[in-house]
Each structure stands twice: as C-alpha cells, then as structure tokens.
Ligand binder design. Structure first.
Ligand SMILES: Cc1cc2nc3c(=O)[nH]c(=O)nc-3n(C[C@H](O)[C@H](O)[C@H](O)COP(=O)(O)OP(=O)(O)OC[C@H]3O[C@@H](n4cnc5c(N)ncnc54)[C@H](O)[C@@H]3O)c2cc1C
Length: 451
C-alpha cells in the first residue's frame, strides 16, 4: 500500500484471497485497508505483460467493461483510465460510439453523454489492475499454487491448504478471513462439505450459447468503437460483436444460442457472419486481415450458488463468478465482481457485521451479495429464457410475455428515438434500475405510434 493510501483501521493480521483474477484482485484492494497482510493465491504464473493465461480461458474472448464497473474501478484505483489509455485502450462514449442492431433496425444516433468506459482486451484490463495492486506493500501474490481445501477449528475457517503446481509440496496458511474468488469452477462447496458444513445449493440456467472469436488488423478506423448485432429470441439465435481494441486491432465475435455454434474455420466463420440480420458486420471483416486463430468458448451457463441460504462458518466468504456466473452476452461479470468488492468494503466497515469476539458474520455479507446479484441474475436469465432451447428456464407466465412484448417494442423504438436508446444503455450499464424502463413517461414513448 502506498503511504497515502495506508489506513490505520487494521482489524486482522492476514486475509487470504483464492484466485488472482478480477474478482480476487478487487476484493484484495478492499481488504488491504483492513488487514496487515493480504495474500492472493493463484494457480497461474502471472504474466508481466498483458498476456492471455491458462487460468482464465475466457481471456481471449471480448470483455465489455460496463460504465458502472469502470466507475467502481476508478474509485478503487484512481487514474486507472489514464493507465489504460497510455497502454492503448480506447475510451468509448456508449451513446454515440456504440452501434446496435436489434429487431430489424440500427439504434438512433445520439449526442455525447457521460456513459463512458473503455474498450480493450481482457488481458490489458487485468494487467492494469494487477499493476496498481502490486503497489500495495501489504498485498502479496502467491503464484503457481493451488488452494485444495480450507482449514477449520470446527466452528470457523482458520486458513487454507495449498499445493505448489510444480510438485506435491503442501502448505497450511493461516488467516482470519478467507475469500474465495476462484470462479465458476470453485471447489469451495466441496471443501465446506468435507469439513461438515452444508454446501450451497445451485440454480443453473443453460442457454447453450457458443462464442467464436478472432482478432483482425483494423483496416480503417470506422465511426463506431463497438458494433453489436443482437440475438432476437425466440428464433434469432445469432449475434455478432465487433470492437476496436488496443494495438490497432478489432476483436470480432460470433455467437449462437441453443447449440447454434459458430464454426471455427475461416470460411464457416465468414458464412456465419453473412447470415446475421445486418450485413454490416460481415462487410467490416470480409477483407480485413486476421491476426489470430478463431477461439471457441462454450462455458456460458448461468450458475448461482446460494451461499446466503446455508449456515456458513465465520472466517469465510465467497464472491465473483464463484457465486454468480452469468451468461457473458450481457457483459455483466466484471462489473458484478466490482460491485461485490464494494459490498465487501461496506461489510468490513459496518460494526453490525461483527460478533462480540471481533469475528465477522459471513452470512451478512452473503445476504447483501445475494440481494445485489439477484438483479443481474434476473436480467441475464430472463433474456436467455426467451429461447425455447434454454435448459432450466422459467416458463414465461402472462406477465413475462407482456414484458417480452414491451421489451421488443422498446428495442424497435430505439431505432427512431435517441432518448430511449440512451435510457436502454444506462440500464444495460447498470447506471439506472430496469424499473426506469417502466416509468409512465417512458411507457408512453414506447407505446406511441410512429408519426
Ligand atoms: C466467454 C466469456 C466472455 C465474457 N465476457 C464478459 C464481458 O464482456 N464483460 C464482463 O464484464 N464479463 C465477461 N465475462 C465474465 C468475466 O470473465 C468474469 O466475470 C470475471 O473474470 C470475474 O471472474 P472471477 O474473477 O470470479 O473469475 P476468473 O476471472 O475466471 O478467475 C478465477 C481465477 O482463480 C484462479 N483459480 C481457480 N481455482 C484456483 C485455486 N484452487 N487456487 C488458486 N487459484 C485458483 C484462476 O487461475 C483464475 O485466475 C465473460 C466470461 C466468459 C466465459
């Protein structure tokens, strides 16, 4: 921690974070204000440059940074945006520079707004955060080590058991608080069960969505920074996402719901692009020079672990994708991790979170997190459930059919109404509640006949 950021309200000797990715690092940033030492345990050797790594297989895929997430990142690491710019990341004004095609039309063009974030690769963003976190003298990364279990005194979690990746060396590391941020593959439910605690139940909604992604050299800078041709449920399973990124490149992603997976060969990739409901995506990449292979990703299931419903031992909490992994199309994951860090901060600062013996009440954190996650979960699963092929979907009742009709009409209207286009972006970027879409003045705009 730099001197100016060092606070004196330390409440414990050591906190351990399992997983050194976005959720883990943001949690560590918050914990650094409260613990003398914060140890992040990470399976991978962390690259010195913005490179792809094995432990985050989705890092070759596009990562939209929502404005809400970006604002939290700036709050936790002031000046992070300048650092991203210096490394080649591009600022994006979403109202003006995001071109969206949905339900037969392109959104109306809008004036500049303050809905701003960055478009860059996922490795660049992760690297920038890691650089900033490395400046904190009380945060250490333990690389090339895998956490394989939790330690307990029967009542509370007292540390972790870890193995080095290269050999069988086993180590026990004590801590007053363990934070699991080891993503959707997290083994924490098994670790808790092996210690006699009840593991959380899970809700799973699988849209069987597959991505195929390739990078291209940018031919000419276009007027947009991000172009999206959306899926249109229940029958329009295909989508295309094209974004300008650092290094004068584009990242181009095709997606297909309900196992309509995009092909991984050049010709098939281009054919799939040509089949999208607008030709603009295909025309942009048809003659562009590819600079990467085509990478597939199919682990896109929505998975919610209900830690708020079990009696958790003190000294352990869980966040990020390990609790709430969302279908990536809505670009919420990293922002949900950022919001988790803010909830962690509030929990640590709240005197009601502590027992008389000083230990923290884990269930209070998991309850607050579950409340926050419920919105993001509802948003992703309601949209995915509109495809009949989605497994675990909630069958639409009369109300959700009405809402689907309204949402479709709203999307159609965004092609002629810039105010609605901006409002939709604000909701998608988690700056406004979805309830804003049902304000009487908005409903009137949506229902009004075009003149
Ligand atoms: C295809 C795809 C596209 C996505 N697109 C977007 C997007 O556009 N926008 C967005 O905001 N989000 C997106 N996401 C989600 C985003 O990647 C995650 O939400 C985000 O990375 C936060 O996840 P996390 O930190 O919880 O886990 P991860 O980023 O998956 O990292 C988990 C870390 O834990 C480490 N680890 C795991 N087990 C152990 C262990 N036992 N011991 C030590 N270390 C361990 C791993 O090596 C890894 O570093 C996408 C996800 C996918 C799959």
């Amino acid at each position: 921690m730099t001197k100016s950021e060092l606070k004196t309200d330390k409440i414990g000797d050591r906190a351990i974070v399992v997983g050194g990715s976005i959720a883990g690092m943001l949690a560590a940033r918050v914990l650094a204000n409260h613990f003398a030492s914060v140890t992040i345990i990470e399976t991978d050797k962390l690259p010195e440059n913005p490179d792809v790594r094995k432990g985050v297989p989705q890092s070759v895929q596009p990562h939209i940074l929502l404005t809400k997430g970006y604002r939290i990142l700036e709050e936790l690491f002031p000046g992070l945006g300048s650092q991203l710019s210096a490394a080649g990341g591009l600022t994006i004004e979403w109202a003006r520079e995001f071109h969206h095609f949905g339900y037969g039309g392109w959104s109306a063009s809008a004036d500049a707004s303050d809905i701003i974030s960055f478009t860059c690769t996922r490795p660049l963003l992760e690297w920038a955060i890691r650089q900033r976190l490395s400046n904190f003298s009380n945060v250490q990364f333990f690389e090339k080590r895998r956490v394989t279990g939790l330690l307990s005194n029967g009542k509370r979690i007292t540390g972790v058991c870890l193995h080095s990746i290269s050999g069988s060396d086993q180590e026990h590391l004590p801590a007053e608080l363990v934070v699991d941020a080891s993503d959707r593959r997290s083994q924490a439910p098994k670790w808790l069960e092996s210690l006699g605690f009840t593991p959380p139940s899970e809700t799973v909604v699988d849209p069987f969505l597959g991505y195929a992604t390739r990078r291209y050299r940018e031919p000419n800078p276009p007027s947009w920074k991000v172009m999206l041709i959306s899926q249109s449920p229940p029958n329009g399973t295909r989508l295309g996402y094209l974004a300008r990124i650092e290094g004068g490149e584009w990242i181009a992603t095709l997606g297909g719901y309900g196992r309509d997976f995009p092909p991984l060969d050049n010709e098939g990739f281009l054919d799939f692009a040509r089949s999208l409901p607008s030709q603009k995506f295909y025309e942009a990449i048809a003659d562009a020079e590819p600079v990467s292979p085509i990478y597939a990703h199919r682990a896109t299931t929505n998975r919610l672990r209900h830690y708020e419903k079990v009696m958790l031992p003190e000294g352990f909490v869980c966040l990020g994708d390990a609790v709430c992994a969302l279908c990536p199309v809505y670009g919420q994951g990293m922002t949900v991790s950022a919001l988790s860090a803010i909830i962690l901060r509030d929990w640590l600062n709240d005197p009601h979170s502590r027992l008389a013996n000083g230990s923290y009440i884990s269930s209070r954190f998991q309850n607050s997190l579950a409340k926050s996650n419920s919105l993001h979960w509802a948003l992703a699963t309601a949209q995915d459930s509109r495809f009949p092929t989605t497994q675990g979907r909630k069958l639409p009742g009369r109300m959700s059919k009405l809402m689907a009709w309204y949402t479709k009409r709203l999307l159609v209207k965004t092609s002629s109404d810039a105010t609605l286009h901006i409002l939709l972006i604000e909701v998608a970027h988690l700056l406004k509640s979805p309830l804003a879409l049902y304000h009487p003045s908005v409903v009137l705009r949506v229902l009004r006949r075009n003149t």
